[in-house]
Design a protein around this ligand. Structure first.
Ligand SMILES: *Cc1c(COP(=O)(O)O)cnc(C)c1O
Length: 234
C-alpha cells in the first residue's frame, strides 16, 4: 500500500469523525452501528483521496459521473473497493455502468432498468439497485412519484440481472428532511408488507445523515464531511 499523499492526511481524521457520528446516531436510535453502511462520496476528488480513505478501511465509494469514476477505478483496481453510482443515469452509459459498478442508486425508469439488466455481464453477480423516489413533491424533479414506486419495484424485482435492494431519496435542499426520510421509510415498509424484501434505505448526506439514521437509513452517502468542499457540483 502506498503512502497517503500529504494533501489527503485530513481524510483519515474526518472519516473517523463521521464514523463516530454514525455510530452515535445509530445508538441514539436504538440501532446497531453496523446496520448503517457509509458510502464515501468521492466525486470531484482524485484517486489519491479515495486511496487515503481506503487505507483507513473504507470500502464503499460513491460517484456521480461515469467517466470520472472509471478513471479512479482503473487507478485503484485491486483494492477491493465497492463502487456506487449515485448520480443521474444517462441511457447511453448503461453498458459501462452495468459492467463497472456494484450498486446503482438512481433507478427512475423502466427502460434504464431493463437495459442495465440486459447489459450486466454474466461473470458478475446481479447489480444492486435502488429506486430513487421523489419524496419532496413539486420541490424536486428527480425520482419517481411515491404512487408509482410499487409498479416500478415490481418490474425491477423481476429483472434477472438486477437485485432490487431498496429505495433512495434526496430531500429538497433547505427544507426539513425528517418528514421526507419518514416517507421513504414508510414506502419501503409498505413494499415489504406486499412481499418484497428490501433491506436498504439510501438516505442522508453530510448535512443530514444523523437525522436519516434516526429515521431508519441503512446506507448514508457522505461526501464533503469526509473529503472537504467540492469546487464544482452537479
Ligand atoms: C454529492 C452527493 C452526495 C454527497 O453530498 P455531501 O453533501 O457532500 O455529503 C450524496 N448523494 C448524492 C446523490 C450526491 O449527488
Amino acid at each position: 500500500m502506498s503512502e497517503t499523499a500529504p494533501q489527503w492526511i485530513h481524510v483519515a481524521e474526518r472519516l473517523r469523525e463521521v464514523e463516530a457520528r454514525i455510530a452515535q446516531a445509530a445508538r441514539a436510535a436504538g440501532r446497531k452501528p453496523e446496520e448503517v453502511t457509509l458510502v464515501a462520496v468521492s466525486k470531484t476528488f482524485p484517486a489519491a483521496a479515495v486511496r487515503a480513505a481506503a487505507a483507513c478501511g473504507q470500502r464503499h465509494f460513491g460517484e456521480n459521473y461515469v467517466q470520472e469514476a472509471r478513471a479512479k477505478q482503473d487507478e485503484l483496481a485491486g483494492l477491493g473497493l465497492v463502487w456506487h453510482l449515485i448520480g443521474p443515469i444517462q441511457s447511453n452509459k448503461t453498458r459501462e455502468i452495468a459492467a463497472h459498478f456494484d450498486w446503482v442508486h438512481g433507478i427512475e425508469r423502466e427502460k434504464i432498468a431493463r437495459r442495465l439488466s440486459e447489459q450486466r455481464p454474466d461473470g458478475l453477480p446481479p447489480l444492486n439497485v435502488c429506486i430513487q423516489v421523489n419524496v419532496s413533491g413539486e420541490a424536486s424533479k428527480s425520482g419517481v412519484a411515491p404512487d408509482e414506486v410499487a409498479a416500478l419495484a415490481g418490474l425491477v424485482s423481476s429483472l434477472p440481472r438486477l437485485k432490487l435492494r431498496g429505495l433512495m431519496a434526496i430531500p429538497e435542499p433547505g427544507g426539513d428532511p425528517r418528514p421526507r426520510f419518514r416517507s421513504l421509510r414508510s414506502l419501503r415498509d409498505g413494499l415489504n408488507a406486499q412481499g418484497l424484501a428490501l433491506d436498504t434505505l439510501s438516505m442522508g448526506m453530510s448535512g443530514d445523515f444523523e437525522t436519516a439514521i434516526a429515521e431508519g437509513a441503512t446506507l448514508v452517502r457522505v461526501g464533503s464531511a469526509i473529503f472537504g468542499q467540492r469546487n464544482y457540483d452537479n
